[in-house]
Design a protein around this ligand. Sequence first.
Ligand SMILES: C[S@@+](CC[C@H](N)C(=O)[O-])C[C@H]1O[C@@H](n2cnc3c(N)ncnc32)[C@H](O)[C@@H]1O
Length: 259
Amino acid sequence: MKWDPAKYVQFGDYRDRPYFDLTARVHADSPRHVVDLGCGPGNLTATLAERWPGALVMGLDSSAEMLAQSAVHTGQFPNLSFGRADITDWMPTEKTDVVVTNAALQWVPGHRDLLARWLAALRPGAWFALQVPGNFNSPSHTLMRGLAESGAWGGRLAGVLRHDDVVGEPDDYLNIMLDAGCDADAWETTYFQLLPGGNPVLEWVRGAGLRPVLAALSAADARDFEAEYAARLAKAYPAGPHGTVFPFRRIFAVARKRE
Ligand SMILES: C[S@@+](CC[C@H](N)C(=O)[O-])C[C@H]1O[C@@H](n2cnc3c(N)ncnc32)[C@H](O)[C@@H]1O
């Protein structure tokens, strides 16, 4: 699936904030190797290089479009690099001290089993921090799924959108981390995002959740789908006097492997 980095970084502050809420709970003092799995455009990975100047910080992503953006940050920090990889092939080494993965694992089928394997391979004392969206049952997604499964669209979009168990609940991640011999902390936060402009929730999902649908359709069909979806979204998220409130639930979990 092709990403559009410019679209993704629209609403930057709302997209970035969970990363800082997540990494604030990682209390590593002087890590050697730090990895950001599914690093996207790399702007947030760069903050890890700034925070830990003594660490080698590596961002991994499978998207050439996203990685093209990340190049601008490597000049800023000599300890920062990026690589193209499918994170399902990645495993920690004995030098990996911190792993961060933000808003990426929802794209990786079977990631809970993968997480258990990563944690098993992590050295004692190392940290693992993950964040995934927990909004797959909110109108922005149920309306998209409902439309994608309905009459005319059903045939063309079969299997394109994943169902509602695409991510775990906070206690699923907590239990995987505890079972792997970690101290662990899981929580959820709903951000009440106030978005400007006309039908801004459509603009938001265009940057992420709607991309598989658009990628599966011809340009003309994508326009028709968007028009039908936009009408439903506008009813579900009406504009108020201050903008459109778009509640967004996110799930966080941080582990430290016991020594
Ligand atoms: C929503 S973006 C999040 C980017 C970044 N972590 C952030 O918080 O801004 C999800 C990223 O995960 C990447 N991704 C999804 N599946 C992947 C996989 N199997 N291997 C590597 N990267 C993957 C996508 O290419 C995309 O850049």
